[in-house]
Design a protein around this ligand. Structure first.
Ligand SMILES: Cc1cc2nc3c(=O)[nH]c(=O)nc-3n(C[C@H](O)[C@H](O)[C@H](O)COP(=O)(O)OP(=O)(O)OC[C@H]3O[C@@H](n4cnc5c(N)ncnc54)[C@H](O)[C@@H]3O)c2cc1C
Length: 611
């Protein structure tokens, strides 16, 4: 490898190198910073994304931002959509123009209304936070500012491109080239690939993807139009899916929109972004021209559908997070949101190893826990994409019929409306988002039966491995999530003046093992106690249950052994690996577009980004 000029950083040693400062790399940086772990965050671009990709920060991502103390700040950002804006999806014959009929609607309440619902239904079934509409453009710029101005453990290097890495006996030597052509070799213990869908780190680590690009290419146009905003006044929506197959996203509740259209349905030749917008707004093959104030960006992009064969290298030195580990079409909004959860999850594991109390099983279980959740999300995303296909198969060859005032047309519209109503919104899969259940040797199971899992529904549970349920305490405003420590938390529910000393044994054992534990005694919280099912619950830094029990059970158990299991030093004796059937099922699903050509995964790279 050609070496550039000497740079003092060449001799730098840092525990973790993170490649890629997209949303996932930057969230990982914030999590590591919070846990006091110095690291290097290297990004090839000087700027954050200019592409309006993610437009929904999910309930789970918002919970994570709440734990990081950032949820309110994010909602209040200039570019975040107002808390009174709806999340409605409409299926019109055309977005603008006379004769327009709405074939179906998925009505979803605003953030304010969802917050009221969360307060009203304080039964553990709700997330700690509703989702938030906001583009990735705004999200990334905001997080970058935090990374640069409010952290003390992050060494950020924008303009550094990863070119390769080499595993050494005690770590990794990662090579970057900066924008002046200078080569930097960074030695670290761990390397994390947050370098997106075309991940060079993943390829260099020899980890393959299962799946690939879907046989569909779209062109997106991100634009501003005051006139469109005025035309839509009084009937604003979040997403519109007109019958021509294109779609329109209202990005900020003001004047910024994104139009998408399938490339193979456009006239051959260069794509005119203005014409594409008119086509998306109009019905059938007609265009509806409006005044566009500015075309911000436009490009082709490909939806992808894939998951890595493993989220880490065999050596346990290289880890994948975000799109480097999985890629899915926007349906359901599980792309960036799953990556945010990866980052939140991986950060504490690496910190545990570096602080000395964690064992290798914590690293191995990152894949065992996160990948099955991602496969569930991908399957659900596939289902949502197929529902759109079904919607289109219901449309008549002569689509103008859909706007006619005849009994036949009305019957057809009713049939389509019924289908869409039954199909339901694709962004409220509470099971996928909240019923996250981990199975691994670092979960101390208690023998309780596992409830059936449903993608749509979340039934609160503290069964070990589960995400802990959110519940407001007696004061009506404090979420139990707000009491967690930065790392581990033992929640102990105590009645009245009852003695809380039973849980002291945890603090003593934690001190002995240098295991960072916050003990939270909750007195007279019978409602939360009922929802949490046990008086003692050990919560991991990622808000999942590691162990739970009663005072009597605790008296019979060896706390040192519990902590050794949950910290990944000793496997849980009753651990049963999950059957690999779910991976085989996934392989069948992606078989039609699994090219097995690793280069195919980065073919849609454009303007310095991998879509
Ligand atoms: C049209 C569209 C709509 C979407 N909608 C949603 C949605 O509603 N919800 C959702 O959750 N997700 C959505 N997604 C997916 C979401 O955008 C991605 O999942 C998300 O960007 C992944 O984040 P990441 O940080 O893992 O990767 P990326 O965002 O790709 O970031 C990777 C970073 O690594 C950098 N990098 C790459 N190679 C190198 C290198 N060699 N050296 C240094 N740096 C490097 C890149 O420059 C980039 O900054 C959508 C995507 C698209 C295309």
């Amino acid at each position: 490898m050609k070496m550039g000029d000497y740079n003092p950083l060449s001799n730098w040693d840092v525990p973790i190198t993170v490649v890629g400062a997209g949303p996932v790399g930057m969230l990982l940086a914030l999590q590591l910073d919070r846990l006091g772990i110095p690291h290097l965050l290297a990004e090839r671009n000087l700027h954050t994304t200019q592409w309006p990709k993610m437009d929904l920060t999910s309930t789970r991502s918002m919970e994570i931002l709440r734990v990081l103390g950032l949820a309110n700040e994010y909602r209040a950002l200039e570019g975040s959509v107002d808390v009174d804006a709806n999340f409605d999806c409409v299926f019109p014959t055309r977005v603008l123009g006379d004769g327009r009929k709405v074939l179906g609607e998925w009505k979803l309440p605003s953030v304010r209304a969802q917050m009221a619902e969360i307060r009203q239904n304080n039964d553990g079934s709700q997330p700690a936070e509703p989702g938030q509409r906001c583009t990735q453009i705004v999200f990334e710029a905001w997080v970058k500012d935090i990374v640069r101005t409010r952290t003390s453990c992050v060494q950020s290097r924008f303009g550094w491109t990863y070119v390769g890495h080499e595993e050494t006996r005690d770590g990794i030597a990662t090579t970057f080239v900066d924008q002046a052509g200078v080569t930097h070799v960074i030695r670290s213990k761990y390397l994390v690939a947050c370098d997106g869908g075309g991940s060079r780190v993943r390829k260099a680590a020899g980890i393959k993807m299962i799946g690939g690009p879907m046989p569909l290419q779209l062109h997106l146009v991100h634009f501003k139009s005051q006139e469109l905003a005025r035309e839509l006044d009084g009937r604003r929506f979040w997403h519109a899916f007109p019958i021509h197959g294109g779609f329109l996203i209202d990005q900020d509740g003001r004047d910024t929109f994104t139009a998408h259209f399938a490339v193979d349905q456009l006239p051959p030749g260069p794509i005119d972004p203005y014409e594409l917008v008119y086509r998306v707004l109009g019905g059938f093959d007609q265009k509806h021209a409006i005044k566009i104030d500015e075309i911000l960006v436009h490009s082709n992009w490909n939806p992808n559908f894939a998951v890595a064969e493993c989220y880490h290298s065999e050596s346990l030195k290289v880890f994948l997070a975000g799109d480097a580990a999985h890629r899915n079409p926007p349906h359901g909004g599980y792309g960036m949101n799953s990556g945010v959860a990866d980052a939140f999850d991986l950060g504490w594991r690496l910190a545990a190893l570096l602080k000395g109390y964690g064992g290798d099983l914590l690293l191995r279980s990152y894949d065992l826990e996160r990948r099955p959740m991602m496969i569930k999300a991908l399957e659900r995303s596939h289902r949502h994409a197929m529902e759109h296909v079904k919607f289109h198969t219901m449309l008549p060859a002569d689509r103008t019929i859909l706007e006619q005032e005849t009994p036949e047309a009305e019957a057809l519209r009713r049939q389509i409306r019924d289908f869409l109503t039954a199909s339901g919104p694709d962004t409220i899969d509470r099971g996928v988002e909240l019923d996250l259940r981990y199975h691994s040797p670092v979960i101390y199971q208690d023998g309780s039966p596992e409830r059936e899992w449903s993608p749509r529904r979340y039934v609160p549970s503290t069964r070990p491995g589960s995400r802990v349920p959110h519940v407001f305490l007696r004061d009506g405003t404090t979420s139990i999530y707000d009491l967690f420590g930065r790392e581990w938390t033992l929640v102990h529910f105590v009645d009245g003046d009852d003695d809380s000393s039973a849980s002291e044994v945890f603090s003593t054992a934690a001190d002995q093992l240098e295991f960072p534990l916050k003990r939270v005694i909750l007195r007279d919280e019978p409602h939360a106690r009922r929802i949490w099912e046990r008086p003692l619950v050990l919560v991991r830094p990622d808000t999942h249950v590691a162990w739970r029990g009663t005072e009597e059970e605790l008296a019979r158990q060896d706390v040192l052994e519990i902590l050794s299991v949950v910290s990944g030093n000793v496997p849980f004796s009753g651990y049963q690996p999950m059957s690999g059937v779910y991976v085989e099922e996934f392989k069948k699903l992606v078989a039609p577009f699994w090219s097995r050509d690793e280069n195919a995964n980065s073919q849609a790279s454009i303007a310095g980004e991998d879509f």
